[in-house]
Ligand binder design. Structure first.
Ligand SMILES: [Zn+2]
Ligand SMILES: [Zn+2]
Length: 236
């Protein structure tokens, strides 16, 4: 599979997440929560154990500053400039302005999802597949979040699906741009280290942090274990 095919699969998962919301078929909130916990563990692990160290090995100390910039950029565009955004399903009404600002922030984040896949595959296939795993696992909750937010802001089902399709499109655009302008890949890898860390640790973990019971925690550590297993298998 080419990196573009991986990005297309990730983009489709955005739309699938939205379709789960707009089709109003009975989907389980509980399995969404467990998926979020699993994705959190996987993303955190890939960022700390693979993307960030590889970026620093290739780009030197300066890359560490780019990792930090990536982390801060997500907070700025998804939270500081946005009235209300979280990864769980939106269950209360929100203002149209909130939906628009959340969509804008998420477009930037999903663009970096594509940059991450492309720059990881430029290092090697092993890193590419691991980073794809981290992106893929949170694409469904991502599509679900933006589509439920769109519906909560009074948007139509078509608008909800369209918003998720835009996110998928941004991921493909990020991949294409990074592949076309290869010098972007070095900074892109460092940037995606910070973005992946933020999404895993600061977007996804808070979704289940306050919940009682062990299932979320098991799914979270399970995500880390899944990463370690994938790492072993891919090392061959
Ligand atoms: Zn909310
Ligand atoms: Zn994403």
């Amino acid at each position: 599979m080419t990196p573009l095919a991986y990005a297309a699969v990730a983009a489709l998962a955005n739309v699938a997440g939205a379709a789960a919301v707009t089709s109003r078929r009975a989907w389980s909130t509980r399995s969404l929560e467990l998926l979020i916990a699993l994705a959190a563990g996987f993303m955190l692990s890939v960022s700390l154990a693979d993307i960030t160290p590889t970026a620093i090995l290739r780009g030197g100390e300066r890359a560490a500053l780019v990792v930090l910039a990536g982390f801060l950029l997500v907070h700025l565009t998804q939270h500081a400039f946005v009235g209300h955004f979280h990864f769980g399903e939106e269950t209360h009404p929100v203002a149209r302005r909130v939906q628009l600002s959340a969509l804008t922030g998420l477009l930037l984040h999903t663009f970096v999802d594509g940059v991450a896949i492309a720059s990881a595959f430029l290092v090697n296939d092993r890193l590419g597949v691991l980073v794809f795993g981290a992106i893929f696992l949170h694409k469904l909750p991502e599509g679900l979040a933006i589509s439920s937010l769109t519906l909560a802001a009074g948007g139509s089902r078509g608008a909800a699906l369209g918003a998720a399709a835009l996110l998928g499109g941004a991921t493909i655009a990020g991949l294409l741009l990074t592949t076309a302008v290869a010098p972007l890949a070095q900074a892109g890898l460092a940037l995606s280290g910070g973005v992946t860390l933020y999404v895993g640790a600061s977007n996804l973990i808070p979704e289940f942090q306050g919940k009682s019971g062990w299932s979320h925690n098991l799914a979270f550590f399970g995500g880390c274990a899944l990463y370690l297993a994938a790492r072993l298998v891919l090392r061959g």
